[in-house]
Design a protein around this ligand. Structure first.
Ligand SMILES: [Fe+2]
Length: 235
């Protein structure tokens, strides 16, 4: 058996993130082969433009320093894009390691990850929905608009199915309901129904929830500081 952990939004607290992951590894008494992270790590450099929400919530956090020093992640990590990441910087490093052992997953792609003696396939749909940009060709998204996913990314994942795990930043519809309002997205629900992964994980909404869509176990991750921010899975 091999253990992986799916982690929620980090929002710049990367030191705490790995501290908690290593503590969890001790508690589990087995190595965590990989961490899959659902976006809003707050991938920024010192030169990045930081949006108002990030400024209000304490600035970009520790990532610019890790990036500058190229500090390695202590556990191999695979992150998707959030809406509070420098989308241009993220896309520059998508498909690569932004610091050693921290891989950024390209939008609409499926990657194969070695864990122990097996390989798992992970589909990535980071970023958030925009009614204006959803039908744009990805190549026509400029600068900060790169933080939005598009219909093209979703269709690419449908074509590349099957995969074991789907990572999205936003929730599918029907599972993240607040004050009677469904915060999730129907096109993500449809993507899950069409591709039928074993698991679909999302972040963004910062609370832990578990549901089922068409046979797929759907898990919303809390922020990493809170209960339900890290979710171990064994293969
Ligand atoms: Fe977010």
């Amino acid at each position: 058996m091999a253990c992986i952990v799916i982690a929620g939004d980090v929002h710049g607290a990367i030191g705490l993130f790995y501290e908690q992951a290593l503590k969890l590894q001790d508690e589990l008494k087995e190595p965590i082969e990989a961490i899959l992270q659902v976006g809003d790590l707050q991938v920024y450099s010192e030169d990045s433009h930081v949006d108002k929400a990030v400024r209000v919530h304490g600035g970009p956090g520790e990532f610019p320093q890790w990036f500058k020093e190229q500090r390695p992640a202590p556990i191999p990590t695979y992150s998707i894009l959030g809406n509070h990441d420098d989308a241009m910087l993220f896309h520059r490093f998508a498909g690569k390691e932004i610091v050693p052992s921290l891989h950024l997953l390209p939008q609409g792609e499926v990657v194969s990850i070695n864990i122990g003696s097996r390989i798992i396939r992970v589909g990535a749909l980071g970023g958030n929905y925009s009614p204006k940009y959803f039908h744009y060709a990805p190549a026509d998204l400029s600068q900060s608009k790169l933080k939005h996913y598009t219909e093209t990314h979703i269709n690419a994942l449908v074509e590349k199915a099957p995969f074991d795990i789907l990572l999205t930043h936003e929730a599918p519809d029907g599972v993240a309901i607040k004050d009677g309002i469904d915060l999730g997205r129907p096109e993500i629900g449809e993507l899950i129904r069409k591709t039928k992964p074993q698991f679909a994980f999302f972040g963004h909404h910062h609370w832990h929830t578990k549901a089922e869509i068409g046979g797929t176990t759907v898990v919303g991750l809390a922020r990493i500081q809170r209960d339900g921010g890290m979710y171990p899975v064994r293969y």
